[in-house]
Every structure is written in C-alpha cells, then in structure tokens.
Design a protein around this ligand. Structure first.
Ligand code: F6R
Length: 592
C-alpha cells in the first residue's frame, strides 16, 4: 500500500491488490482514490508474502471496481497488473472468446490475463514468452501465478519497469519512489526482457528465455525527498525546494571557482558547436515549454536557429531533418511515450540525439546518445515545478556554452552571466518567504473564471508554462497569449472580471506590453503585472504589480516562474482541488 501511495501520482482512478493467501489468490479492488482501497482492506484484510498492486489511470474502460487491476483469467490461475495499452486487444479478445474465455471487464489488460491463462500449461516462463510474442502495444506486467506462489513474473515493452534487489525481498514498480524505502539497488528492465522475482533474488531472461545477467544500479536519491514532510502538498514542498534544485543543477555544470562552464558536461566541442546549422528540440507539456524558453535563450545568446516541436506532432510529421543534425528531447521522467518515439524517429533519420532528463536509468536517458541531467531529485506532484526550473536552467547553460564555443560570447562575458545567475536562488527564496502575499491574492481571486497570461519574447514562453500550471491544477480556464497577438481575435474573450497576468520582465518591450495591458484593462480585465524590479510605467495600466528582484533580463524567467507556480497552487488550494493529483492527469504519460 505504501508503494501504491508513492505511485498515486501516476494514476488514481481506482486501485487494487492481489495476494497469494492460503492456497489461492485473494483480490481486493476499489474504484476511486487509494484511500478507498485502504478502507476496504481495513474491513477485509489480506495477508501473504507475495503480492501485486496497481493504481490505475483509465485508458480502456471507465474507472470502476471491475475494470480495476489486478485482472485474472477465468480459472484464476494467475492475476496481473499492467501499465500501458494493448493495441491488438480486440483481435485477441475475439480469438479468446471463440475458445471459451468469458470476459468480465472492458479493459485491454484482461485480454493479457485471459491469454496467459489460455497459454499456460504449467510453465509460467514459457506461457509469458508466448504471450509477449502475441501482444502488440506497450506494457509493463507483473504477474502472480497460483502454481508458483512465491514468485512474481515481470516483463515490459515501451513502459518503464524497475526491479529492486532488497535484503531477503525483491520489489518491482513502474517508478523508483515506490521502492526507495526497500532498496537502492535497482535494475531497469529493457524491452521484452523477463524477470522472475523471489525473496532471495531476481533471475533475468532475454525475450527468447535465455538467462542473462543484469548489474544493479545504485540510486542515491534521498528517501525523504520522496516524502511530503511537513508540507500539505508535494507541490508546495517541491516549489520550496527550487532554490536548492537550482544550486545543485548549477554546480553540476559550472565551476564556481572561476565561473566557467564545465566543457565536458556538454555534448559538443567548439568545432561541432560552430558547425551546427539548426537545433531541433522536441518534448511534451511543461517540457515543451522549457524547449520554447530554450529556443529564446539559444537564439539570443548563441545565435543558433532552434526549432521546437511537440513530440506527438513531430513523430508523425515529415521530419525534414538532415543526417547528423543535433536533436534534443526534454523529459523529466524520461518515460513519456511520445517523446521516446520522437527520439527513436530522429535516430532512424541519423540525427545526433541528446536528452535533458531528470531520471537516471530511464528509457530516454538510456537511449539518447548524450544526456544532460537535471538535478531536481524526485518530483511526486503531477504538476511539474522544480523539474521545469532545472530544465530551463540547463537550457540557459546550454545557450551560454554554445555561445562561447561558437564565438558569440567571450569567456569573460559568460563568467559575468554565470556570476549573476548564481545569485538567482537568493531572489527566489525572497519570493518564497513572502508567499502569503500570493496566498492573499488567491483568496480574493479564486472565483475568477478566465485567466490570460500575456507576454512578449521570453515572457511569452514563460506565460505558456504559467497558463498550463494554472489550468491543470485549479481547473480555471487559462490561456497564454503573445501580448501583441491578443487583439487579433482572443481579446473578444476579455470581459469584466477576467484576470490578465502581464509578464513584463524585458525592458525593451515594456512600452509595447504597456499598450497591451491598457487594451485589456479598458475592457474590464483585472491586470496584474509581474515585473523585473519596480516598473513605474505599470501604474495606470495595471491594478497590481508583483516584482521580482531586478536582474539581468535573460535570467528573469528563472525567478519569475516561482510566483506563477505559487499563484496556480494557491488558487487550486482555495478552490479545494486535489493539488498533487489533478483529475484526468498522470505524472508519466507512458501511453500515446
Ligand atoms: C505538467 C506536466 C506535463 C509534463 C509532460 C511531459 O505539469 O508535468 O505536461 O511536462 O507530460 O513529461 P516528461 O517531462 O516526463 O516527459
């Protein structure tokens, strides 16, 4: 149950467990949050030494008790949990129904359970090998066979799976936080490998059933960092960890004694940096927004053209990329299905792949030719906060490194920027220390129906992330708009009481954004300006002004994101939303 709770951020429509108990497999399943399952188990406990559990994010079949995992075959010879999507489930279901299988749920997962039960002739490994060759799609499967009650059989394809080698116990999960309490020595499963876990060890096999050796990796994440501590929500804890995450990531890439970049940390030398014609960045959601900001940094400082695309679009696009072109993905989890597919496509096209990633051992970090890690530590809340920050830090450092190696900035100019950059966490902390002001604003504003985040240039890229953060956790309709574009249509939505947050951190663009603020103010919007130090010009055009410490304009988004995340958080709390686990969302989107 603790493991499931640690994984609740991946899905929470329903939950269930199966335990081998007194000669048979006992099942408990409940629709809704994990607490419903916990209550059911309090009333009707199970006990045993070998079990599997699941917390679901529905893809096929509505959230309900019967659609919850674990699923069994008709004879209850096995129970299994599944993460992923079985694409040929209808074909398999038809074939199994013709052979007498009676299905009870609407899920694609039950098809795997029934298929395995149908193929099973007393040898779990053999049945599993056969089943894996027949199913198409993505899957991470953990299976309990009634005939082999002290073992769990596991396999996966295009879905993450991590196995922990504990002391007198073995554990498996789809993400590290669920097993950190039990062991730090883990192996990541590769596609179609099979593992058989027993309390005294784990045996690994390749897809042909041939025994293979795997060497565990030691995970040095702090257990506490995957716990909530004294915070009401993981999201607030993770926002408060941002100054620390900033320092950690910064120090990995920058040598503090002389404020120089650690050249070896970046996957290009000067010749390669100079020869680059274009960089393509592909990612999803918040990571896409980090890419958008990265584009601004890189184009501005390194004068290298950057294309940014959404992974789900890129993977089916014409992808006109040259052989050998640099191709970067950004993904905190390293497991986002579309991002993985986009990277594989780029590899096929002969691009040089690199990844900005937060999780060592994840699929993306294993498959990319080069990895630029972010050092945010585990992020549990569904909404990305500290991982976004560390992604944009890495993008900033990438821009500086490329600028220096391409001869667009001198080493001294880079050192100057880095010196300034090192001070940003102090300014971030100031905002965190006075966060009650934002809480107070939220207590007045939480009934707002529409929020528009407007900005130009760097501020527009930041606005995109601010709008996503707000809508995903507070369910308030919000949009990001390039400030100058608003009047080409969207301004029609502005009415009395709309909230417009004007991100105005770039001096040169202030007169322009002032006009845009005025356009919405006179149409009834409540205008909040977020500024880089005091901006007297905001008076008259806005109703309030939130200032960050005055800093180099290129650095401003690294700090200005904090009040935006806090605004989203406090509005969501005021509205009584489940901040860490917003409806319909899962942390790692391992399905297409
Ligand atoms: C939003 C959020 C998502 C992720 C997106 C990509 O707060 O977290 O939009 O950014 O699902 O995830 P990763 O970075 O794991 O590839």
């Amino acid at each position: 149950m603790d493991g499931l709770t640690a994984l609740a951020y991946r899905g929470y429509d329903s939950a269930g467990v199966a335990v081998w108990e007194g000669g048979e497999i006992s099942l408990r399943k409940a629709k809704g949050r994990i607490d419903n399952l916990r209550a059911m188990l309090d009333k009707s406990p199970v006990s045993g030494k070998c079990g599997i559990g699941h917390t679901r994010w529905a893809t096929h079949g509505e959230p309900s008790d019967v659609n919850s995992h674990p699923h069994t075959d008709s004879n209850k010879t096995l129970a299994l949990v599944h993460n992923g999507i079985i694409e040929n489930y209808l074909k398999l279901k038809e074939m199994l129904e013709k052979r007498g299988c009676v299905f009870v749920s609407e899920t694609d997962t039950e098809v795997v359970a029934q298929l395995l039960g149908y193929l099973y002739r007393g040898n779990p490994l053999f049945a599993l090998k056969q089943a894996v060759s027949l199913i198409e799609g993505s899957f991470a499967l953990a299976i309990l066979f009634a005939d082999d009650p002290e073992a769990i059989y596991c396999t996966c394809k295009d879905s993450p799976m991590v196995l922990g080698h504990g002391d007198g116990e073995s554990v498996v999960a789809s993400d590290i936080p669920a097993i950190l309490e039990y062991t730090r020595d883990v192996c990541f499963m590769q596609d179609r490998q099979i593992a058989v876990m027993r309390k005294d060890g784990i045996s690994y096999y390749d897809e042909f059933g041939v025994s293979i050796e795997k060497t565990p990796t030691h995970i040095d994440w702090d257990v506490e960092s995957a716990k909530k501590g004294n915070y009401e929500h993981f999201m607030m804890k993770e926002i408060c960890e941002e100054p620390e995450a900033f320092r950690k990531t910064f120090e990995q890439y920058v040598s503090i004694k002389d404020f120089s970049l650690k050249a070896e940390k970046f996957p290009w030398d000067a010749a390669r940096a100079k020869s680059m014609e274009r960089l393509t960045i592909v990612s999803c959601g918040t990571a896409y927004h980090a890419g958008m900001l990265g584009k601004k940094f890189i184009e501005h400082m390194a004068r290298l053209p950057v294309d940014v695309d959404i992974a789900s679009e890129f993977r089916y696009s014409d992808a006109l990329l040259k052989k050998g072109a640099p191709f970067m993905v950004i993904s905190q989890s390293g497991e986002t299905a579309d991002t993985i597919a986009a990277m594989r496509r780029a590899k096929q096209l002969g691009c040089e792949t690199m990844a900005v990633c937060n999780v060592t051992g994840s699929t993306i970090s294993r498959e990319a030719e080069h990895v630029l890690y972010t050092y945010a530590g585990p992020e549990i809340a569904v909404a990305a906060t500290k991982t976004y920050l560390t992604q944009i830090i890495v993008m900033y450092l990438v821009a500086l490194d490329l600028a220096e190696k391409r001869g667009e900035m001198t080493r001294e100019q880079v050192a100057e920027r880095l010196k300034k950059m090192q001070k940003v966490p102090v300014s971030m902390q100031k905002i965190l220390d006075s966060r009650e002001n934002i809480q107070f604003f939220a207590s007045r504003a939480f009934a707002v129906k529409h929020v528009f985040f407007i900005g130009r240039g760097i501020d527009y890229a930041l606005a995109m992330e601010a709008a996503l953060k707000l809508k995903e956790i507070s369910y308030i309709h919000s949009e990001a708009y390039a400030a100058g574009e608003l009047k080409h249509g969207t301004i029609a939505l502005i009415e009395d009481g709309s909230l417009v947050v004007a991100l105005a951190t770039q001096d040169e663009l202030l007169p322009k954004i002032a006009s845009n603020m005025e356009e919405v103010r006179v149409r009834g919007a409540h205008v909040l300006a977020v500024t880089n130090g005091r901006w007297e010009g905001a008076k008259g055009h806005s109703h309030e002004q939130w200032e960050i410490d005055r800093m180099d304009e290129t650095l401003a988004p690294l700090c200005a994101i904090i009040p935006m995340q806090l605004l989203a958080y406090y509005l969501a709390v005021q509205k009584g939303c489940p901040v860490d686990q917003p409806r319909n969302l899962a942390k790692s989107v391992t399905v297409e």
